[in-house]
Design a protein around this ligand. Structure first.
Ligand code: ADP
Length: 503
């Protein structure tokens, strides 16, 4: 972690990170060394109006966020004047539209997971927009991103289009909404990393793209100003904490984690092993457009420079461990997967291909289905558990290899976080298969730390970039020949899962 800056304001004791997640609002206070002082968290309601639809109440997002911020501050015993700044990390792409004058949302927030605009996305693809949108935004056309969600609100909520045409409405993702509310409506701004997830932002020109806005009939007046991720986003109204606190940083959660992991150089990468796995590689100051279906995204804008990243994700990460626990019932807790995997010396030739919802990068086959291959009479539940953990590693390896090829940059070690990164067998296997070191930091709150670092850098509370303390380093223990053999087995297993779809 960066040292406290010489000559900085010694009355400041912490940075407040607001981690506005998909299922909960959290607040963590970090001290000058980057250590956690205290935290608070509150879950909020997920709203599922129809199959495949997911919404949040935007006012609840703000209310819970404010509540946990006050709670953490009270628990720390610090005064609001001792908070140097606020940094925000947020669930990305989730779309909110509200009245510029009253701050009242026109509908529930449409959450990133919501699939309601999938058909419209198919239309856009059929109209040949895949390539132009990829070149402009770095993204593949998908319901995941904000653009089609915003259009849905304009088309479907009565009166909204007219109000938007009269410039009475604001659009924002969650950080923009929180900044607007915290500043009492004075600031309507996003940061580069969040803007790059809307599918409306041109990542080459660093501006909202007029052609896409026209195509989707989105009035420019609704859109926030886009600012650097580390820099001023205004001040909170004094009534919220008793005194105003400057908001000095904002980034999407995955990009904040990349920053919090200290991945500042080209080739630095991190994987978050949660329910799914999120993999980001810093590719430096120019966007790299993927040949393998990876997304190109803005990592952050800091110190007048934009850093780009390649991003890939895997649906079945920790979810595969949940499946072993809840459906197969061959483990009773997620951590038990580690001891069971270690109770055998290999997978007995068996491979698990977790293509439960198809195969992602670099295979991109939505029709493939899950498979266990290579079973023999001696294959036990321990072998299947071990092969399942290996499968998580193979998928991460596939994504990282694709990124290395796209970027022409070799991977320089992998940093890890997320619930399943606790599993030492999983991390050792990841290192073995990648043939590179896997580094697990002491502070696993990398998303919040990233937000705190962005804010702390901008206000001078931190000097230089955060450097993570590494708590565990896993180095490869197998040679090239064994690695090649195991990878070959995985590729054959994947081919089986694809062949299953073919007749
Ligand atoms: P999310 O943020 O997606 O909810 P978390 O980062 O909290 O996920 O991680 C939870 C996931 O990690 C679950 O899918 C769980 O099965 C898995 N997990 C947690 N601990 C372990 C472990 N020791 N070994 C393997 N998987 C684990």
């Amino acid at each position: 972690m960066g040292k406290e800056k010489a000559g900085s304001d010694m009355t400041k004791k912490c940075v407040m990170a607001l981690d506005a997640g998909t299922t909960s609002s959290r607040c963590i206070l970090f001290d000058a060394k980057g250590d956690v002082i205290c935290s608070a968290q509150k879950e909020f309601m997920q709203i599922y109006p129809k199959p495949g639809w997911v919404e949040h109440d935007a006012n609840t997002i703000f209310d819970t966020q404010l509540e946990v911020a006050r709670e953490a501050l009270a628990a720390s015993g610090l005064k609001p004047s001792e908070v140097a700044a606020i940094g925000i990390a947020n669930q990305r792409e989730t779309t909110i539209v509200w009245d510029r004058a009253t701050g009242e949302p026109v509908s529930n927030a449409i959450v990133w997971q919501c699939r309601r605009t999938a058909e419209y996305c198919d239309e856009l693809k059929a109209r040949g927009l895949t390539e132009p949108i990829k070149k402009k935004t770095g993204l593949v056309i998908d319901a995941y991103f904000s653009a089609t969600k915003l259009r849905w609100i304009l088309e479907n909520i009565p009166g909204v289009r007219e109000r938007a045409e009269r410039a009475e409405l604001c659009f924002g993702t969650v950080e923009t909404w929180l900044i607007y509310k915290l500043t009492g409506g004075r600031v309507h701004a996003s940061d580069y990393s969040n803007a790059s997830r809307t599918m409306l932002f041109n990542i080459n020109t660093l501006d909202w793209d007029d052609e896409i806005l026209k195509e989707m009939s989105i009035p420019r007046s609704m859109l926030p100003e886009v600012r650097p991720s580390s820099g001023s986003f205004g001040e909170t109204l004094p009534e919220f904490f008793g005194e105003s606190i400057p908001i000095m940083g904002a980034a999407g959660d995955q990009q904040a984690a990349l920053f919090g992991q200290g991945c500042f150089e080209k080739g630095d990468a991190k994987t978050t092993y949660g329910t799914g796995c999120f993999i980001l590689m810093n590719t430096g100051e120019k966007p790299v457009f993927s040949e393998h279906g990876m997304l190109t995204t803005i990592a952050w804008g800091v110190d007048g420079r934009i850093s780009y990243a390649l991003e890939g994700s895997i649906f079945m990460g920790g979810a595969l461990v949940q499946w072993l626990r809840d459906e197969l019932k061959i483990i009773s807790t997620a951590p038990e997967s580690e001891s069971l995997a270690l109770s055998v010396s290999d997978t007995n030739g068996c491979y698990v291909v977790p293509a439960f919802t198809g195969l992602g990068a670099p295979y991109w086959n939505p029709y493939a289905r899950g498979m266990i291959v290579g079973l023999t009479r001696g294959c036990s539940s321990a072998h299947i558990v071990r092969a399942s953990l290996d499968a998580i590693c193979y998928q991460v390896l596939d994504a990282l290899s694709a990124m290395e090829k796209d970027a022409g940059i070799p991977l320089s070690g992998l940093r890890v976080d997320g619930g399943a990164s606790d599993n030492n067998y999983l991390m050792q296997t990841q290192s073995d298969l990648l043939g590179t070191d896997v580094l697990r930091p002491a502070c696993v709150e990398t998303t919040a730390l990233g937000a705190a670092s962005l804010a702390g850098l901008a206000c001078g509370f931190y000097e230089g970039h955060a450097k993570q303390n590494i708590a565990a380093r896993f180095t490869p223990r197998i040679g090239e020949i064994e690695r090649a053999e195991r990878l070959n087995g995985w590729r054959r297993a994947v081919r089986c899962a694809v062949a299953w779809t073919e007749s």
